[in-house]
Structure formats: C-alpha cells, structure tokens
Design a binder for this molecule. Structure first.
Ligand SMILES: [Zn+2]
Length: 462
C-alpha cells in the first residue's frame, strides 16, 4: 500500500462513515476501514473526506491557438492550478473549434486533448463544441464518441444555430444513436438581438441594462425549445448554467413528461442578483445568462436541495478586470464569464452546507457524484469506494478566508466575490493518490502535465 489516510469521515452520495482509514495504492483506493499501514500516512483527524470536485464546465484557452474572440486568461496550467486549490480534481473543458480558421471538430478536440495531456494538473475530459453541423462534422460525432468524447456542446445563443437548425437536430439524433449527451446553452439569439436593438434605440447602453439585452424570455424560449428537441430526437440533454425559475420550470415540465433533461447551475446565480450591474464596474459580473432576481436565487437553491438541479459547475471563463471593463463595450456586447474554479466548492459549502440548506452528502452529489455519472466517469471518479481513483479532499470546515481574486492561482485579477469572508476550504487535496494541495497551497507534485484524459463510459442516470 502506498499511503493511508487515517481517521477520515468519508462522505459519499447518500452516506457518511464513522472515522475510518483509507488505503491507497497505484493511485486508487484499495481498502476502506480495517487494519492497514503504509510508508506515507496522513491523519484526517476525524474531518470530512470528500471525493474530489468534478467541474464539468470550464473554458481554458489552448496554448498556441490562433487569435480568436474567446481568449480567456487561463490556460490549462493556470486554470487547473485554481481547480486543485479549490478542491476540484477533474475538469470538463469545452473544446471550441477556432471559427477564424474553420477548424474541424475533430482537429480541435484532438488539439485540446494533447494540450491537456501536456499541461493539465488535473484529470480532464472534453466536450467537443459543434459550431457547424455540416455532413462531415456530423460524421465526426460518432468517431469522437468512439474515442471517448461522449458529449457534444451546442449553443442556441449563436446566429448559426437558427441558420443550421436542421443540421443541429440531426446532430442530436446522431448523439442519441451513439448513446451520448448534448450540452445545450439555452438563450434564444433572435430574441436577444431584438432586445439589444431596443436598448440601442433607447440609448440604454450602460452595464446596468445588460440583463435587458439577454432577458429571461430568451432563456425560457430556448430552454423550451431544447426540451422539445430532446423529446423529438430522443437525445438526452444537459442544460448548462440555468439561471431563472422560468427556464427551470420548462426543464421540470420536460422531466415530468419523461424526457431526459438534466440541469446545471452556476455559482453566480446562487450568490448574486441583477442589481449588481448598477454598481460602478458592474460589467465585471457579466455572464450569459445574466444575473437574475432574488426570487430566482431562492428558487435555484431550493431546486438544488430538492434535486431538479443535478450539478453545480463554474463555467470558468476568466478575464482580467480591465478587459471586462473595456470602455469600448456596452450593454449589448460585454465580455462574458469570470473566474470561479477556486471559489466554487468553498462558497457552496459556506452558503449551502454551513447554513443547513444542503447536507454534506448532497454537496458531494452535486459537485462530484452527479457530474461523474452524467459524464460517464463513475464509479472510477465521483465517489469514495474500493477501485475508485484516490481523488480526495480533506475539508477544513473551520478555515475562513477573505476572497481576494488577485491572490488566486487563476490569471484573472479579480473575483466577483472580492471581500467576502468564506468559511470552509480544502486543506489537503489528493489526485490519483498524490498530495497536490497541502494547507490550501499547491505542492510540487501538482505539476503541469500530470493530468490525464479521463476514460469515459456511457452517461448514467443519477
Ligand atoms: Zn460555458
């Protein structure tokens, strides 16, 4: 046995142990409880040991990629350093073909797989983004699926969606035939463009008007359409970063009819409301969809506890503050996204578990077990069991930290939660048996390129 964690209160979806020992060999858990010994021993002191977080939705910028409009400021090295420090041991990256060069979905996916293998500090998987449902790109979907890329991402928020809607429906049909999962960004592009035209006519172009340019109606309409597309094609869908109760109702209605609809939400929708855009520098909160109302925030928390929301993922798409506040931008075209990888689990713990809104076990489900199941990583990842990868977090429930995005591992120089004091942070993080974080800081073992493309099987019901 290589290492042993002593006195661990092991938490999985639906269970919590008394303090037991965890035996680890060759990166995997080989024994839970009972007598064991190893050269390396770590004492958890009765604290919670959780399966490493699985953030199924990040955007890391590939090294050496051609200039493009989405140059988020974290590459694999920086983004996955932030992930580990935040207790996330596996990331699912959106693999975007470069629209400037007309790159194919096969080439972009292979490029990102190689880049991740060379630079990632965490294990990872990829969601190929379908930018052009042409016959050759549609043919590539089955090949990508066979190579282990069993999900595909589709944006209803791009003009190209409506231009090529028949092709996208065919993509969903083929994804269903392979047994894959379609991730869908649900905002209706035509409705948003019309709303932005109205804002321009009215001269309402400061950041405080950003939510009016991406209204709930556009999210609701696109979500209803995505659910209908799932019903007709038989393709299971996963609605990314759901922000509003109206959109959630559309998903619940589909779920009640037996359609396979899973829902992800994102930290900003659990912590912030649309009034933020009226602050000085309100543009720093811009994401798609926008922040919503207090009623939406309360509804999403309830749905997260009750089960109609399956996962929380960051949509980590970081920018420098100066880029977010670029004076050339207005309410109709703000830069979207922000850094969240280092704060997602601590904030969800602090606002969810500490307050009693979420049980520890539910926290593990939405941050690890459910994404592992939906993305075909379970039971190798997403749980603490004999045979699973030793991706583990010893959680320090009492550690408080005041958030300062400029001090984080992410290259972003701000956090939307700067100045918030949050209690509950990872102390030790282990990835495939290696201690990669100690006392909240990365160790030498957390080197770039240690991460591996995670093998994926079929998406499983959660
Ligand atoms: Zn995204």
């Amino acid at each position: 046995m290589d290492s042993v964690i002593r006195n661990a209160t092991v938490v999985t979806a639906g269970s919590q142990s008394a303090a037991i020992d965890i035996g680890i060999e060759d990166g995997r858990i080989v024994q839970l409880g009972g007598a064991m010994s190893a050269a390396h021993e770590l004492d958890a002191g009765g604290r919670y040991v959780l399966p490493g977080g699985i953030d199924g939705h990040v955007h890391l910028t590939p090294a050496g990629s051609a200039p493009q409009s989405y140059r988020w400021c974290d590459d694999w090295e920086a983004g996955t350093a932030a992930a580990l420090a935040g207790g996330v041991t596996t990331v699912g990256n959106m693999s975007h073909p470069d629209p400037g060069t007309g790159e194919s979905i096969r080439v972009s996916t292979e490029r990102d797989a190689a880049d991740g293998e060379a630079r990632s500090r965490t294990d990872f998987f990829l969601h190929p983004v379908l930018m052009d449902p042409s016959p050759s790109e549609l043919d590539a979907l089955a090949e990508l699926h066979a190579a282990g890329h069993t999900s595909v991402k589709i944006f209803l928020s791009f003009r190209r969606f409506d231009r090529s809607v028949h092709g996208y429906l065919e993509a969903l049909r083929r994804t269903a035939q392979c047994g894959g999962l379609a991730l869908i960004h649900c905002e209706d592009v035509a409705l948003m463009e019309c709303a932005c035209t109205i804002l321009r006519e009215q001269g309402k172009l400061t950041a405080e008007h950003f939510p009016q340019g991406r209204p709930v109606a556009a999210e609701r309409a696109a979500t209803e359409r995505a659910v209908a597309m799932a019903e007709v094609t038989g393709c299971p869908i996963y609605v990314v970063h759901l922000s509003s109760l109206d959109a959630l109702d559309a998903c619940r209605a589909g779920q009640a009819r037996g359609t396979s609809v899973e829902v992800e939400t994102r930290p900003i929708y659990l912590f912030l409301t649309e009034e933020r855009f009226a602050e000085a520098n309100g543009a720093k909160y811009a994401g798609a969809p926008p922040l919503r109302s207090e009623r939406d925030v309360a509804g999403l928390w309830a749905a997260l506890a009750q089960g109609s929301i399956a996962t929380v993922a960051t949509d980590h798409a970081p920018w420098k503050l100066a880029d977010k506040l670029d004076p050339a931008l207005d309410a109709t075209n703000l830069r979207l996204g922000m850094s969240e990888l280092e704060t997602m689990l601590p904030m969800l713990w602090w606002a969810g578990v500490r307050t009693g809104r979420l049980s520890v076990s539910r926290f593990v489900e939405v941050t690890s077990t459910n994404p592992a199941k939906l993305f075909g990583l379970y039971p190798r990842k997403g749980t603490i069991a004999v045979g699973a990868d030793a991706d583990l977090v010893i959680w320090d429930t009492e550690r408080s930290r005041t958030i300062d995005g400029s001090a984080f591992y992410s290259n972003a120089d701000y956090s939307p939660y700067d100045g918030w004091t949050v209690t509950g942070w990872p102390d030790v993080v282990m990835s495939r048996g290696e201690v990669v974080v100690e006392g909240g800081r990365l160790t030498d073992a957390a080197r770039p390129g240690r991460g591996r493309l995670a093998p994926r099987g079929a998406s499983q019901p959660r």
